[in-house]
Design a protein around this ligand. Structure first.
Ligand code: SF4
Length: 654
């Protein structure tokens, strides 16, 4: 809707200057949420559509990772036996050690617990780390630690924090993450707090840490630094509570289909009814609610209902010109029911129209060429617009080819396969059931795969993600599937996210995780221009650097060369566009029980060969393009069987 509203140019909102109507700008739009728990889903959708946005005053300044990281380092500088602070700092971008290095430190520790003193003395022997970078990072970190220690009594606390940020490049790392301005804003806010603390006459690192820790424990609701300029042309995401007193030309109320959470548990407390319990009946084996529990629960529910009605009223009255109600089409929650009832009672049913998604104009070319999130990388990581990623007009007569990563991967396996899949778009026919079209089972498998991708695209993952996020998303995306399919999907996803590489995501800050990262990479060769397009399933940045994972909802195929080639292309395009030094890549087969991951580390040194290969393939493809089916080269029958190609009946058994 947002993309359509802004790009359609229709005069949808009032213009206070002319008194008439004018087109919508991003800055006219506010998305109002009941709570902040699911704001990531909306952020992700806005990112994918290329709409600029701003999360307004997210909660939890003291609870944010950057504040905890710095607080841990200050604690450790003040008290060097604080093992928890030590380990937390080592794992944070302030030191950037990997999990493997932390494990090696623990295993290498004398006695039965990790003693920081054993390792932080300059020159003290270190355990053997698997990664060479970990040794360098640890040595650099402990050198800096001694400098900060020596300086802490000569500097003010704000100066000490500034020195730490600048020496470790922490600000740069945080800015490179998605929503990096917010992280940086929080760091500046902390420095300001340290200044205020000192100006108030308070002294000493220890006192500051005590105050900071007390704030972290007590005031998770402190607003994050406000980084909005107020009149920027960005979509605002905020809670309904935050929107009180404000008005916007276009208001979108999100998730009107969500339901009220019932009071779970066996104990309930209501300030006026008192403490109510459920008791367990040994004879019937059931739980029974006592009278206080029942009346307390009823009152709590009615109060919650009233509060929700008030909240809906507040949200709806924030809209000046347009009010958009958005929610899951197949589910009806409490708000949606009220809205439907009200519309019906008021006899307005014939006035209500459902927004039909119109055909979208193409993304402006300036946005193609770099994943929108990675765009935010710092200097040195910015896309090289001089050679790749930038779309410029071509001289006449020079062919330009746009091709997807999956098409190139098919072509790499077999030109004929490419022709069937991407030119003819022929149905895959199971060779063992020659001339039969896809069975219900197969269609349902494909549909399952598509929905699994939707689940993984939209579920909040990473540090702080709700415990049941995956389960809730599977329930939502598979409403009409059997319980068995749902439970299999959930089991497979939980298993995959419980082991590397996806398990690393549990500790990654949500802002450092990007889903469905689309890209277009341009290769300019003599007499040809080639644009490769694709979307990587998931990309993130943590202490081990950049990682990219492509997942397939399947078991491991016998011949996975196509998938590995696809992975190489993703890595090549991402690394070239963003001058990354290395990228850990993996394809994860979500239905594979054991050995479900194929990993590949792509290095810049691998890039020229791959580029040549791609260019040769493109040249071949250009030559073949207009040829009839029979002239497209085939593979040998033996290798088609090994690959279990589903076009064998077409190629060989006519
Ligand atoms: S059967 Fe063999 S030759 Fe035919 S499309 Fe498949 S891989 Fe290519």
């Amino acid at each position: 809707y947002i993309k359509w509203a802004v790009s359609s140019g229709e005069a949808l909102v009032g213009d206070s200057k002319s008194g008439g109507a004018r087109p919508v700008k991003f800055g006219d739009i506010a998305i109002l949420l009941r709570t902040f728990t699911s704001h990531e889903v909306y952020e992700s959708a806005l990112r994918r559509s290329g709409a600029p946005y701003q999360v307004v005053k997210g909660r939890g300044f003291y609870d944010s990772q950057e504040i905890k990281d710095i607080s841990n380092l200050l604690s450790f500088l003040d008290y060097s036996a604080d093992t928890l602070a030590f380990v937390s700092v080592l794992r944070s971008p302030l030191a950037g050690l990997s999990d493997g290095a932390l494990l090696a430190l623990c295993v290498g520790a004398k006695g039965d617990r990790l003693d920081p003193a054993q390792f932080i003395r300059p020159g003290a022997p270190l355990p053997l780390f698997d990664l060479k970078e970990d040794t360098q990072r640890f040595e650099t970190f402990r050198d800096r630690l001694s400098q900060w220690r020596a300086a802490r009594d000569r500097m003010t606390i704000s100066e000490l924090i500034e020195t730490i940020i600048s020496q470790t490049g922490y600000g740069a790392v945080m800015t490179s993450r998605f929503n990096g301005e917010q992280y940086l804003g929080n760091i500046f806010k902390l420095i300001e707090l340290a200044r205020t603390f000192e100006m108030d006459g308070a002294r000493g690192l220890k006192n500051f840490i005590v105050r900071l820790k007390a704030m972290i424990a007590k005031e998770p609701g402190e607003a994050k630094a406000d980084i909005s300029g107020g009149d920027e042309d960005v979509v605002r995401i905020m809670t309904i509570h935050q929107s009180k007193g404000l008005e916007f030309p276009v208001v979108i109320i999100a998730d009107i289909a969500s339901s009220i959470k019932s009071q779970a548990g066996k104990i309930m407390f209501h300030p006026e009814e008192g403490l109510g319990l459920q008791h367990y009946d040994l004879v019937s084996g059931k739980w029974y609610a006592g009278p206080i529990f029942r009346s307390g629960a009823e009152r709590a529910k009615s109060e919650q209902t009233q509060e929700l009605k008030r909240l809906l009223y507040v949200a709806m009255t924030r809209a000046r010109d347009r009010l958009v109600l958005s929610g899951a089409a197949k589910r009806k929650g409490v708000w949606q029911n009220w809205i439907d009832e009200t519309i019906e009672e008021a006899g307005l049913s014939d006035k209500v129209a459902t927004f039909q998604k119109p055909a979208m104009p193409d993304m402006p070319s300036s946005r193609i060429g770099a994943p929108p999130l990675v765009d935010r990388l710092l200097k040195g990581y910015r896309p090289d617009t001089s050679s790749s990623g930038k779309l410029a007009p071509l001289p006449p007569g020079i062919p330009s080819m746009q091709i997807s990563v999956t098409s190139l991967a098919s072509f790499s396996l077999c030109p004929r396969l490419y022709y069937y899949r991407h030119v003819m778009e022929a149905p895959m026919i199971d060779h063992t059931k020659a001339f039969s079209f896809p069975s219900n089972d197969e269609q349902s498998r494909r549909e399952t795969g598509i929905r699994v991708h939707e689940v993984l695209e939209q579920t909040q993952i990473g540090e702080g993600a709700p415990k049941n996020a995956l389960k809730d998303a599977v329930d939502e995306k598979f409403p009409d599937f059997s319980r068995k399919i749902k439970s299999d999907v959930l089991k497979n996803l939980i298993t995959a996210f419980g082991k590397p590489p996806l398990s690393a995501l549990r500790l990654a800050p949500p802002g450092a995780i990007m889903r469905e990262v689309s890209f277009a990479h341009k290769i300019v060769e003599k007499q040809m221009e080639l644009i490769i397009q694709g979307a990587a399933d998931i990309v993130w940045l943590d202490g081990n650097g950049w990682s990219l994972v492509d997942y397939k909802y399947s078991t491991r195929p016998k011949d996975e060369r196509g998938y590995l080639f696809q992975l190489k292309l993703y890595a090549y395009a991402m690394m070239t566009a963003h001058k990354m030094e290395s990228l850990n890549t993996a394809v994860v087969y979500l239905r594979e029980k054991k050995d479900s991951v194929s990993t590949m580390r792509f290095l810049p040194i691998d890039a020229p060969d791959l580029r040549d290969r791609v260019v040769n393939m493109a040249r071949r493809l250009l030559k073949l393009e207009k040829k009839p089916e029979c002239e497209w080269p085939m593979r040998e029958r033996k290798s088609c069987d090994e690959y279990e190609c589903l076009f064998r009946s077409r190629c060989y058994e006519r």
